[in-house]
Write a protein that binds this ligand. Structure first.
Ligand code: ZN
Ligand code: ZN
Ligand code: ZN
Ligand code: ZN
Ligand code: ZN
Ligand code: ZN
Length: 356
């Protein structure tokens, strides 16, 4: 995991560690190269709309972070104040941690801070010339500083950042030695004498550093407290995750229990309803089977009487025939009339069965 500090040291334009960061008026910092590209991008759009426009850079740069505009009138990108504090912290971080896991020597890193003075895109310089006091990338060097004639006798060195880069007054070019806390800026002796800061709260840099270090330390203290507050809250959130799991699982168990009881009730009910249906079916079958037995008996009896009557008709003994024929006729008639209406004893459907 990238350290929390690395995020503070990354330029939002190129997503890389700051290289020669400069500050816009909104106090947001970007690599010098990135700001140059931003200015050029604006210029290109400018030239498309305005013909014969001679300017090489735009008048304003819009901050990619907050949208505030920094005026560049009478200024070039390279005149923007360098953020040396940021540059030094990046340098120290890369020295201790390396870039993408690879340790970087300070000289290697500083080499990247020196830019070619000729390229449009400002490549990292490969060489600097002691006599010309200019830096060249590997592509520009053979073109603008060929090793022939006078130039051939110049001393070329690996690029190095000046030992002690001091912040100079952008107006007077002098090293700044005074801090004006009313303007929150460092100023040079000439600024001081100019009277622009008359009546302002001014002090020497050492004194001002001590005072503002105290300010920063107490601010850090406040942020530290806020951070540990957040840390505690994160702990409480994580603990809440555990509680959510415990409570959720408890509820799952309860649902299981309730559903098991419901299942048991449903099975019980199913058994009792099926019992009712089976009993009713049994009852109906009994009734129908009884009727079948009764009516089969009647049919058999009737058929017997018909056969007997046919046999009687064949009787040759007339006296014997006449002696009993009347009672036989009566029996046949009575048997025929005695039959009740042929209706079902009950319905074969279960429509009216009450299952409750
Ligand atoms: Zn950048
Ligand atoms: Zn900004
Ligand atoms: Zn170059
Ligand atoms: Zn030279
Ligand atoms: Zn000055
Ligand atoms: Zn001032």
């Amino acid at each position: 995991m990238a350290s929390a500090l690395a995020g503070e040291l990354t330029c939002v334009v190129c997503s890389d560690f700051y290289s020669s960061p400069v500050m816009l008026t909104c106090h947001h910092s970007f690599c010098l190269m990135c700001v140059r590209k931003l200015a050029k991008g604006l210029e290109r759009r400018h030239k498309n709309t305005v013909e014969n426009h001679d300017e090489t850079t735009a008048d304003v740069i819009t901050c990619p972070q907050c949208g505030q505009e920094t005026s560049l009138k009478e200024k070039v990108v390279d005149d923007l104040p360098r953020n040396f504090l940021l540059q030094n912290i990046v340098k120290g971080y890369l020295k201790d941690n390396g870039k993408e896991g690879r340790k970087m020597s300070v000289s290697e890193f500083e080499g990247k801070l020196v830019l070619c003075d000729f390229c449009v895109g400002s490549s990292a310089a490969a060489m600097t010339c002691v006599e010309c006091r200019l830096a060249y990338c590997s592509r520009c060097l053979p073109v603008v500083h060929p090793p022939r004639g006078n130039l051939g006798r110049h001393t070329l060195r690996k690029p190095e950042v000046e030992e002690e880069e001091r912040i100079r007054c952008p107006q007077h070019g002098e090293t700044v030695t005074i801090y004006c806390s009313s303007c929150q800026t460092t100023i040079c002796m000439q600024c001081d004498r100019s009277g622009r800061h008359r009546g302002h709260d001014r002090s020497d840099l050492t004194h001002a550093c001590q005072a503002t270090k105290g300010d920063l330390e107490s601010s850090i203290h406040g942020l530290n407290e806020r951070n540990s507050e957040i840390g505690n809250f994160v702990k409480r959130l994580s603990k809440a995750c555990g509680t959510v799991q415990v409570n959720g699982l408890r509820l799952v168990e309860e649902v299981h229990q309730q559903c098991t009881e419901l299942h048991q009730l449903i099975e019980q009910r199913e058994r009792s309803m099926l019992g009712t249906v089976y009993r009713e079916m049994e009852k109906k079958l009994c009734v129908f089977e009884d009727q079948i037995t009764v009516y089969k008996g009647q049919q058999r009896k009737g058929e017997g009487l018909v056969q007997f009557s046919r046999e009687a008709l064949k009787e040759q003994d007339k006296a014997a025939f006449l002696q009993t024929v009347h009672s036989l006729i009566t029996r046949v008639r009575e048997t025929t009339e005695d039959r009740p209406a042929l209706t079902f004893p009950t319905r074969p459907s279960f429509e009216n069965l009450n299952l409750d």
